[in-house]
Ligand binder design. Structure first.
Ligand SMILES: [Zn+2]
Ligand SMILES: [Zn+2]
Length: 281
């Protein structure tokens, strides 16, 4: 449920928690900031970004760009003029799948695991914890740090497509072409999810065309993403376009899964995230 009062403040019910949020910027965690100074946590999380992780990111981003270029060449080679409606349909499917995946990965890394987990903790969970205690840190990340992890997740998908294109003739590729169009759009939007996310936190320094895309909700708008940045960060996890946030919130998707996990495993969502939010300077 969402309601807006006369002072321009949106009050949003998340389960039994009422989160209050200003309508402007996602860079201030209104609830958490007042009670949880996080300078110490900011520094600790920033320093956990290692050179090894940086090297891995460079390999991931380079692999993605190379494979994506190869896939585009193959898609062009196998292109047959057909009803443009199906192209748009599969493109839309790819974008929706990317938005949903962004929500699943974001929810998973926000809600479970910890920075102290072997390998995975510092390599991936760290950036999610950092983003909640220091939402503007992402605006200082360069193109590699911002996009490499997302690109890495799509390397197997692009590799699978390259494998098919290289191995099979056109008569076998054609029945699969629709799927490859969908996967290609999925890979593109997943890869640039964190760029869209970064732009939703960036004020005054984004190109005009980006602002237009945000205003028309083609990519994640600032005000829309602000809903996630209200403690306890329990909803609006989709950060590619954000199109699925309203419907998933409406059906209580995340709340239901978290309740099921707690019932079957005993794990409570976001315990580690909350521990970072409460750390002193
Ligand atoms: Zn988050
Ligand atoms: Zn954010």
């Amino acid at each position: 449920m969402t309601s807006q009062s006369s002072d321009g403040v949106v009050r949003r019910s998340i389960g039994d928690t009422v989160a209050t949020q200003a309508t402007s910027s996602p860079n201030v965690d209104d609830n958490a900031a007042s009670t949880a100074p996080a300078v110490g946590a900011k520094t600790e999380l920033k320093e956990a970004y290692t050179q090894g992780k940086r090297n891995f990111e460079i390999v991931s981003l380079s692999s993605f760009l190379l494979l994506k270029a190869v896939v585009l060449c193959y898609l062009g080679y196998h292109w047959r003029m057909a009803n443009p409606i199906w192209v748009l349909t599969y493109m839309l499917g790819g974008i929706l799948a990317a938005d949903f995946l962004s929500g699943v990965v974001h929810w998973l890394c926000d809600s479970y695991g910890s920075v102290n987990m072997p390998v995975f903790g510092k390599a991936f969970i760290r950036s999610f914890r950092e983003h909640h205690v220091d939402p503007t840190a992402i605006t200082r990340h360069d193109v590699i740090e911002c996009n490499a992890d997302s690109c890495m997740t799509m390397v197997p998908v692009l590799g699978f497509m390259c494998y098919n294109f290289a191995l099979y003739d056109d008569d076998i590729i054609q029945p699969r072409y629709h799927l490859f169009v969908l996967l290609s759009w999925l890979a593109f939007f997943v890869a640039f999810t964190n760029q869209f996310h970064k732009w939703s936190h960036t004020y005054g320094e984004v190109p005009k065309w980006v602002e237009v895309l945000q205003d028309y909700h083609v990519i994640l708008p600032k005000k829309h993403h602000k809903v996630h940045h209200v403690a306890p960060h329990a909803t609006y996890f989709c950060i590619t376009t954000g199109w699925l946030n309203h419907p998933l919130e409406y059906i209580g998707f995340w709340t239901a899964i978290e309740a099921g996990i707690q019932l079957t495993t005993g794990y409570r969502a976001r315990e580690d995230d909350l521990s970072w939010a409460s750390k002193p300077k």
